[in-house]
Design a protein around this ligand. Sequence first.
Ligand code: ATP
Ligand code: MG
Length: 326
Amino acid sequence: KGQVFSGIQPTGVPHLGNYLGALESWVALQNEYSAVMYSIVDLHSITQPQDPHMLRDNILDMAASLLACGIDPTRSILFQQSQVSEHAELSWILGCLTSMPRLRHLPQWKMKSKQKNEGSVGLYTYPVLQAADILLYKSTHVPVGEDQIQHLELAQDLARIFNNQYGEFFPEPCALLSGTRKVKSLRDPSSKMSKSDPQKLATVFLTDTPDDIVLKIRRAVTDFTSEVTYEPESRPGVSNLVSMHAAVSEQSMEEVVRLAEGMDTGQYKNVVAEAIVQKLQPIRLEIQRLRADRGHLESLLAKGAEKARSLAAPVMTEVRKLVGFC
Ligand code: ATP
Ligand code: MG
C-alpha cells in the first residue's frame, strides 16, 4: 500500500511538536504500510553549525528517542542518512533540475537564514536534499508537520520535472498530515516550537522532567483574557495550550474547552501540564534506559543503514542510466 519515508534532524532531543506533528503518526504508519523508512537526517543538520561531539551524541539520542516513541526496527527501517551516500548523489542530480528562484521563498531558508542574517549554500538547497531523501526510495507517502508542506511540494515538482526530462520513473509523493499539524512555541505563539530554538522555556522536550514541564507551561505566553477558548487566529497562546491538551489526552478541542469552563488560564495551565506529564513520563523513562547502551543503538543504526542501502542502490543504478552516466 505504498512506501513511507520521513526524516528528523539530530539537532537535539525531539519535542512535543515533533511528537504530535510527526512521530506519533510515524508509529501508527508502521502497521498500515508494508515499507516504512525513518531517517535521522544528519546531512540536513549540518546546514547549521554543529559541534562534532555533540552531533554524534545527538544522533544516538535521536535513535533512543525514536525507539522510545514506538518506532520498531523490525517493522520499519531506522537509519542514519549519511550512512547511505546515495542521498547526496541523487541530491546533486535533482539540484541540477532546480532553479535558484524556486528555493528562495521556502520556509527553512526564510526562517533560518534570517536568524543569522546569512546562510550557507547547504541551507539554501536543503529542500533539494529532502526531495532526494524521499524520491530515493520511490516513496509515495510522507508524514510531516505543517511546516514542511512547501518542501514536500518541491519534491513533487522535482519528481515531475525528472520524469518529464528522463522518462516516467518517480511516483509523486503526497503529504500525510497528522491531526496536530503545528505546535507553537511557548514563548512566541506566532512561531512554531523548534528543537533549535535558543529560548529554553519555549520548548517541551520529550526528556523534560515533570517539574520542567510544569514550569514551562506555567510561563507559557497567553493574553489578558482569563477565559479558556480555542481561537487560533485571535488567541494563539491559549489555543496552543488547548490544542496540545486535546492531542495528549486524546480528546477533541470542544471537549477540552468544555472541561476548562469556569477555570482561568492560570488554573487551566496546571491541567494542561499534568496531561502532558502523563503522556511524556513513560517516553522519558524509556529514553533514559535506551540512552545508556550506545553499542546497542550503534548496531541498530548499522543494520538499518544496510537495509536502506539495499533499497537505494538499485534505484540509483536506474537513475544513472536514465541520466546517461552509464
Ligand atoms: P530544527 O529546529 O532543528 O529544524 P525541528 O523541531 O523543526 O528542528 P525537524 O527535525 O526539522 O524538527 O522536523 C522533524 C519533523 O517534525 C518534521 O516532520 C516537522 O514537520 C515536524 N515538526 C517540527 N516542528 C513541529 C511543530 N512545532 N509542530 C508540528 N510538527 C513539527
Ligand atoms: Mg525544522
